[in-house]
Design a protein around this ligand. Structure first.
Ligand code: SAH
Length: 333
């Protein structure tokens, strides 16, 4: 089957320019990740398959990518380990706007897997991802043995891993039915992950997703990683730079601060919600030995610039119920 054909036919079907621009950010994320992986910041042996041509990012960007990767891997690993330690449940992970994120493969390689793992993105992106996975034996061999290609090459279905196509702006009408059809169980403890995704949606759409989770998944946790602080000079520059590429951070003004991103969940009755910016995460969560290791990889003398940049990105980690499982998770401390 020609897994590449779907992409072109979809494009002919006409997503908007703004949608194409947002889809392109999956490449930006992958290029940064590949740069950090190649230089030894992070251990991701798979990301190179998704990046052509590779580009070396500046040291401060590599340092930021390291922190982002660290926070996400920390959360995924803590969730999977806590599942093993506290419950009979197998658990689920749902990655919203997964792009070319390789976490599923990294975890599989480490022998760390939740019961089910779902990734969602536009069909243009999932088709490219599926085709790349099938082209590279080191990725393909980590797929569960019952994996099937579906939807003209834009989806992968299996008992444990599903790569699903869909528009998050039609979450309840289109994405949720696909999740359910592929075995998503709202009663399982579920970790949702959203790295630089919800911020591109109108707040009414992203709020709708969070409202659905609040009402439908009793044991939910979420990690988001997004831009904050639009109102200072750096924030304004960040917005202008993205706007020049037709990228609009639609959610930024609705949730502009650490407090507001955290309140977003607390105001809906979630039990716990913590937000830290990347600068604080770097200072608090990266231990001394790791920082020494990073310092040897590349010289970073732009500390002021790094801090400024890192203050404009934030992790928010929230969970809905006070259970033994969720109490074990403290990825931002
Ligand atoms: N989370 C990934 C990718 C980030 S780029 C990572 O960190 O590497 C943002 C991703 O969100 C892109 O792949 C884009 O296609 C996806 N996305 C944005 N809006 C979306 C929508 N409405 N529906 C589905 N996916 C969307």
């Amino acid at each position: 089957m020609d897994l590449g054909r779907f992409t072109e036919s979809q494009r002919a079907g006409g997503a908007s320019n703004a949608d194409h621009a947002v889809q392109g950010t999956s490449n930006d994320a992958a290029v940064s990740r590949e740069s950090a992986a190649r230089l030894g910041y992070i251990a991701d042996p798979f990301i190179r398959h998704f990046v052509k041509p590779a580009q070396r990012r500046a040291p401060l960007i590599n340092r930021g990518t390291f922190c982002r990767f660290h926070g996400v891997q920390n959360t995924l690993c803590q969730f999977i380990q806590a599942l093993g330690a506290t419950t009979q449940a197998s658990g689920q992970i749902v990655v919203l706007g997964a792009g070319f994120d390789t976490s599923f493969f990294i975890l599989e390689k480490e022998g760390l897997s939740a019961g089910k793992y779902f990734e969602i993105d536009f069909a243009e992106i999932t088709a490219k991802k599926a085709a790349t996975i099938y082209r590279h034996p080191d990725l393909k061999s980590l797929l569960p043995s019952d994996t099937q290609v579906a939807m003209g090459g834009s989806e992968l279905h299996s008992s444990r891993y599903s790569l699903l196509s869909g528009d998050l702006r039609q979450f309840q009408s289109h994405v949720v039915p696909k999740l359910i059809e592929r075995g998503f169980d709202p009663n399982e403890p579920t970790l949702f992950l959203s790295e630089c995704v919800l911020i591109y949606l109108d707040p009414e759409h992203s709020d709708h997703i969070i409202d659905w989770i609040t009402l439908s998944v009793p044991n939910a946790a979420i990690l988001t990683y997004e831009q904050i602080r639009p109102d200072d000079r750096f924030g304004q520059m960040m917005i202008d730079n993205l706007r020049a590429r037709q990228l609009e951070l639609r959610g930024l003004h609705a949730y502009p601060t650490l407090e507001s991103t955290s309140q977003r969940f607390l105001s809906r009755g979630w039990h716990s919600s913590t937000a830290v910016d990347l600068a604080a995460y770097h200072d608090r969560c990266i231990d001394e030995s790791e920082r020494k290791r990073l310092a040897k990889l590349e010289f970073l003398d732009e500390w002021e610039e790094f801090t400024l940049l890192a203050q404009h990105y934030a992790f928010t980690f929230a969970y809905s119920r006070d259970t033994d499982l969720f109490q074990m998770l403290c990825p931002l401390k």
